[in-house]
Design a protein around this ligand. Structure first.
Ligand SMILES: Nc1ncnc2c1ncn2[C@@H]1O[C@H](COP(=O)(O)OP(=O)(O)OP(=O)(O)O)[C@@H](O)[C@H]1O
Ligand SMILES: [Mg+2]
Length: 365
């Protein structure tokens, strides 16, 4: 092999910049952008032709963390990295969490000749961190809740028993019977909530088998359409016929998608669209040591409902978080647990006033 460094072939260097999965942005001595590779175009959501030749202060206007890094490299000649606090502001897309490495460029003669930024997309890392955080939080809450539920169940049984005795002591037609009836009914309701909570803590062991997602989604949509009869809700179901069965627990997966589709139905509040799509994921693969990357299937549930404000997004998976008068706030906590038990992951995007999309990725094998 007769390779040289730096590569003698400029075409090779160009190919590297084209293909590398890092944003590379170079600026010259005057601070003007001289190189803006395709990854940078994607991250910043801008075409190179609109950026080349512009001054970096104009390109990154208002992005103080980024300006600080470029200035450190460009004016002070320092190499500097920030893995934490940089979010790229983009004209049409939400801010992107990135890690940035900025370093001066030196010419062959040793004088500084501009600077280069190398930008790495951290969104997937942040998502995984968020999933872990939610899982931790859920594990802690469920342990706490299971203990508490156990403690409440016994005295509750006592209250119900006493109310039943009272009902027997009272005359059948006594006006006080109504009160004992309410007491019994309400203790039963609390008991139901507690049992659901204990379920969350120690769900029954999963019964794994081959699950036909298309069939369960079809059944759920059929039932939900029926339940929404008389309302102006349009359901669409788009299924990729080539999807093989997934390995999972049919009743848990049914519960998962039922919860998501019910939430969508509640969000559109009488009129709107609910689109459900199931296909092989083009974005993600599952890699496990020693195995070939295996494909994931993605199920998206999209609604044109009320949407979720940005500041509430991270609370919706917390058990008992609800904004509904009749909600328990357990639906999504249960969904999260089921997805984890199937070694999948889940992602929410939402725009208040426009709608919400919840996607679930599940491994196929
Ligand atoms: N598709 C959606 N659109 C808008 N908001 C949603 C959507 N899905 C969930 N939410 C919000 O997240 C909260 C929590 O959802 P979750 O399913 O956990 O509980 P819930 O629907 O309120 O009650 P439960 O499912 O226990 O009956 C909801 O109260 C709602 O505010
Ligand atoms: Mg719900």
């Amino acid at each position: 092999m007769n390779s040289t460094f730096p590569p003698s072939d400029p075409a090779l260097a160009a190919l590297v910049f084209e293909n590398i999965d890092r944003g590379v942005i170079a600026i010259d001595r005057d601070g003007r952008v001289t190189l803006f590779n395709p990854a940078a175009e994607g991250y910043l959501d801008r075409a190179a032709r609109h950026v080349l030749g512009r001054h970096y202060t104009e390109l990154f206007a208002g992005q103080d963390a980024l300006l600080y890094l470029v200035k450190a490299a460009h004016q002070d000649g320092r190499s500097i990295t920030d893995d934490e606090s940089v979010f790229l502001q983009r004209p049409k897309a939400p801010p992107l969490p990135v890690s940035v490495y900025a370093t001066p460029i030196f010419s062959k003669h040793g004088e500084q000749d501009g600077a280069v930024l190398v930008v790495r997309d951290l969104s997937r890392v942040r998502e995984l961190e968020e999933t872990l955080r939610r899982a931790d939080q859920l594990a802690m809450l469920t342990t706490l809740a299971a203990g508490l539920a156990h403690e409440i169940k016994n005295p509750l049984g006592g209250i119900k028993g006493a109310a039943q005795l009272l009902a027997m002591e009272l005359q059948k037609d006594s006006s006080l019977q109504e009160y004992t009836r309410v007491m019994i009914k309400e203790t039963e309701r609390i008991n139901g909530i507690i049992e659901e909570l204990m379920d969350l803590g120690k769900p029954r062991p999963a019964i794994m088998g081959e699950v036909n997602l298309a069939r369960i989604l079809g059944d759920i949509v059929l039932l939900q359409k029926e339940a929404a009869r008389g309302q102006a809700i349009d359901f669409t179901l788009s299924l990729d016929p080539s999807i093989p069965p997934v390995h999972g627990d049919e009743s848990l997966l049914t519960r998962l998608f039922l919860n998501l589709i019910k939430n969508a139905g509640e969000a559109v509040d009488g009129s709107g669209r609910i689109d459900i799509e199931c296909k092989i994921s083009a974005e993600y693969h599952m890699t496990t040591p020693g195995n070939k990357p295996s494909p994931l299937v993605v199920v998206r549930v999209r609604d044109t409902g009320c949407g979720i404000p940005q500041e509430d997004l991270e609370r919706i998976f917390t058990p008992y978080y609800t904004t509904k008068t009749k909600g328990n706030g357990l639906g999504l906590a249960i969904c999260q647990k089921i997805v984890e038990d199937h070694r999948g992951f889940l992602k929410v995007t939402s725009t208040p006033g426009e709608g919400t999309e919840i996607s679930v990725w599940l491994p196929l094998r």
